[in-house]
Write a protein that binds this ligand. Structure first.
Ligand code: UD1
Ligand code: CA
Length: 455
């Protein structure tokens, strides 16, 4: 059966106290609306229609995509009015309505809901609440069948005792929706066109209302202020942590890992506390990540070890390679198998060949370093002349003495050595020793200066 999705995202979100439209506030680095759209996409709908209003331009800019159509709701006259903006010439057997500020809804829940909708039946997602204040209440008849939804402000004292609340998420037969929306009135406590009144209209037309509940009430929690936003963030992170553990990852503390993107994991991975994973991160079997690491858009090959407080972005760490503590791998850094990068080493757009080592205090930028080469402490690739960048090429088994400055463009052949403290401005042939520093002189009988006495 064909499906279209309508996402309501026009509300202002006054309580966020923000210049940013509410639905653009992020959970795990992605806007709430972005989460909803990505979940909707998993249902493979024919179209996704998004109703925007407050901050419409920014929402369009940030969430625009080929599969999204935007509809503008100039004035927020209620959820029914909002859906009506997007309901013209809907050509789908089923229409699913989602909220742009309810980001943790799970695709499995939506699939269960959609399985209930048909030409004779509406499917409504409801939730049992300890404190249903503010929610629309699900009113059932003596036979247990849903008759209507009554908004909190319109509800009688008796109706307010009902703890089954409306999540706002529902699925309806597409050919009926426009007709029901036309029949809505705003004669109620809030003077709004309530989408929820569609339920009573459908019942009057002889349809049944099937209800489903989310697996976890968190799925239907919205964020109206930054406290609720932070709660959603924590729920999301708990969900991510549980998923990773279920896949065979040991987390030293599931409450101290943050995932802001997509992580692909192997088995027997160990992640210590306060690690942040961002963007697309691939972690193969037996990788170990120490505490306080930030890892963004990286591939960590089997058995790689990332030691404490390292910052990695756009890097690949090869099989059994290690880096840190306090390593910085920037975009284009590639450590081949068993390479080693130690503390206070920055690597950018540079490849360290198999088993190459840079143990301490170095900058390696725009470079290629051959297998088994050793970079002494304090070595710097001088890759930038203030206008252009140049490459440093090292062959295999090169030994760079401590505190060498390699002034690019420069090439050191296989097995070359540089003396400590050298400034290397010219190529070094294979097997040569390059000494690029002043020769030491010893001055005999040297008298240290003495402090002048005041006159
Ligand atoms: C709505 C439901 C209520 C349900 C509750 C769940 C109605 C009448 N009531 O109430 O039964 O328990 O959600 O949270 O539907 N929006 C627009 N345009 C508008 C009005 C709202 O786009 O004109 C969007 C909002 O941005 C938001 C969503 O629709 O994403 C819900 O609006 P909100 O005002 O929060 O609805 P409630 O009154 O809380
Ligand atoms: Ca609400």
């Amino acid at each position: 059966m064909s499906l279209q999705v309508i996402v309501l995202a026009a509300g202002q979100g006054t309580r966020m106290r923000s210049a940013l439209p509410k639905v653009l506030h992020p959970v795990a680095g992605k806007s709430m609306l972005g989460h909803v759209l990505d979940t909707a996409r998993l249902l493979s709908p024919d179209a996704i229609r998004v109703v925007i209003g407050h901050g419409a331009e920014r929402v369009r800019e940030q969430c625009g995509a080929a599969d999204i159509a935007f509809f503008h709701q100039a004035e927020q006259l209620g959820t029914g009015h909002a859906v009506a903006q997007a309901a013209d010439d809907l050509q789908a057997e089923r229409v699913l309505i989602l909220y742009g500020d309810v980001p943790l809804i799970e695709v499995e829940t939506l699939e269960r809901l959609l399985a209930q909708v048909s030409a004779e039946q509406i499917a409504l997602l409801t939730v049992e609440l300890d404190d249903p204040t503010g929610y629309g209440r699900i009113v059932r008849g003596g036979d247990g069948q849903v008759r209507a939804i009554v908004e909190h402000k319109d509800a009688s004292a008796e109706q307010r005792l009902i703890r089954e609340g409306n999540t706002g998420i529902l699925a309806v037969p597409g050919d009926r929706l426009a007709g029901w929306l036309q029949r809505l009135s705003n004669d109620n406590a809030q003077g709004e066109y309530y989408l929820t009144d569609v339920i009573a209209l459908a019942v009057a037309d002889g349809l049944r209302v099937a209800t489903e509940q989310p697996q976890d009430p968190v799925e239907v929690q919205g964020a109206n202020d930054r406290i609720q936003l932070a709660q959603l963030e924590r729920h999301y992170q708990q969900r991510m942590a549980r998923r990773l553990m279920a896949q065979g990852v040991t987390l030293r503390d599931p409450a101290r890992l943050d995932v802001r993107g997509e992580v692909t994991v192997g088995r027997d991975i160990l992640i210590d506390v306060n690690v942040v994973l961002e963007g697309q991160v691939v972690i193969e079997d037996e990788v170990q990540i120490g505490p306080n690491c930030v890892i963004r858009d990286c591939v960590l090959r089997r058995g790689a070890v990332i030691k404490a407080s390292s910052h990695l972005e756009g890097a690949e760490v090869g099989e059994g390679a290690d880096c840190g503590p306090f390593a910085r791998l920037r975009p284009g850094a590639v450590l081949e198998a068993h390479a080693h990068v130690g503390n206070f080493v920055e690597v950018k757009n540079a490849r360290l060949g198999e088993g190459a080592k840079a143990g301490h205090l170095s900058y390696l930028g725009d470079a290629s370093i051959g297998a088994r080469s050793n970079i002494g402490a304090g070595t710097i690739t001088c890759n930038y002349d203030g206008a252009n960048k140049y490459r440093t090429e090292l062959g295999e088994d090169v030994f760079v003495g401590s505190n060498s400055a390699l002034v690019a463009p420069v090439t050191l052949g296989a097995g070359a050595t540089t003396a400590a403290g050298s400034v290397i401005t010219g190529d070094v042939p294979a097997g040569n020793l390059a000494v690029g520093r002043a020769r030491q002189r010893n001055i005999e009988g040297w008298q240290r200066p003495v402090k002048k006495k005041p006159v």
